[in-house]
Ligand binder design. Structure first.
Ligand code: COA
Length: 222
């Protein structure tokens, strides 16, 4: 398996923040992630790793090498070098469980790793947690302009149920509030089963096309 999904740890936070900066226009400080991991019993966060990433010491991403000439490279990399098990993180996501509702708080993949099914892999990892902890519905907010994320959510049965006006403080944009149906229903479970089967086949096929020896694309949540 090339891509694996693990629980986020404190050591992962610097890399998560690097990806967050590339993915979002406004970001959380490291202290927010620390609080979430250490003090919030309702919070569940995961990171997605590329186990075949060829590590370039001090590099932000596999395609980063040579992107910025000296001395800008120094400015662009204030972080201390990260060990391989941290720098191979390519996505992250999280949710809160409130009563029987799972509220997705964040989900992002590194820009170099988009359109490969990895956002979907993260979303299914969150659904697996939601099932494990007994959630019946999953909800989230998404920018009205974020049609890419909305497409992903529609695929997994989220529907618009309302709008939070001027929800995003950086530009005053509205948020769509999206909800799934009851994820414990037979109808949804069947849909989810087919979606995860298709995702596993997609990830496995992509690996085969690349000539790697991956045998399955499903996530292993540790
Ligand atoms: C949203 C995000 C996580 C999707 O990640 P990704 O790894 O590219 O997604 P996947 O490759 O798994 O694609 C899953 C689905 O998303 C939708 N999608 C992905 N890229 C898309 C694009 N360029 N145009 C339209 N829909 C797209 C499709 O429904 C796709 O399913 P399909 O492949 O069957 O068409 C990623 O774009 C991201 O990190 N965005 C910035 C952060 C963000 O906006 N997070 C959501 C906050 S609510």
């Amino acid at each position: 398996m090339r891509y694996v999904v693990n629980r986020m740890t404190l050591a992962d936070i610097p890399r998560v923040i690097e990806i967050e900066k590339l993915a979002y226009s406004s970001t959380w400080p490291a202290s927010s992630y620390r609080k979430e991991l250490q003090d919030n019993p309702l919070a569940h966060y995961v990171v997605e790793r590329d186990t075949q990433m060829s590590i370039q010491v001090g590099s932000d991403s596999p395609s980063d090498s040579g992107r910025r000439p000296f001395p800008l490279s120094l400015l662009a990399r204030p972080q201390p070098q990260q060990p391989p098990e941290i720098s191979n993180i390519v996505g992250f996501a999280g949710l809160w469980l409130m009563v029987d509702e799972a509220h997705i708080t964040t989900i992002a993949t590194h820009p170099d790793y988009r359109h490969r099914g990895l956002g979907e892999l993260l979303l299914t990892s969150l659904f697996d947690i939601a099932y494990d902890i007994g959630a019946r519905q999953v909800t989230l907010e998404v920018r009205v302009s974020n049609s890419v994320a909305q497409n992903l959510y529609h695929k997994y049965g989220f529907r618009e149920q309302g709008v939070r006006r001027r929800y995003y403080s950086d530009n005053g944009e509205d948020a769509l509030i999206m909800w799934t149906e009851d994820i414990m229903s037979n109808h949804y479970r069947e849909r989810y089963f087919h979606l995860t089967q298709a995702l596993a086949a997609r990830l496995a096929a992509e690996e085969k096309d690349k000539g790697t020896d991956a045998t399955s694309g499903t996530a292993q949540l540790a």
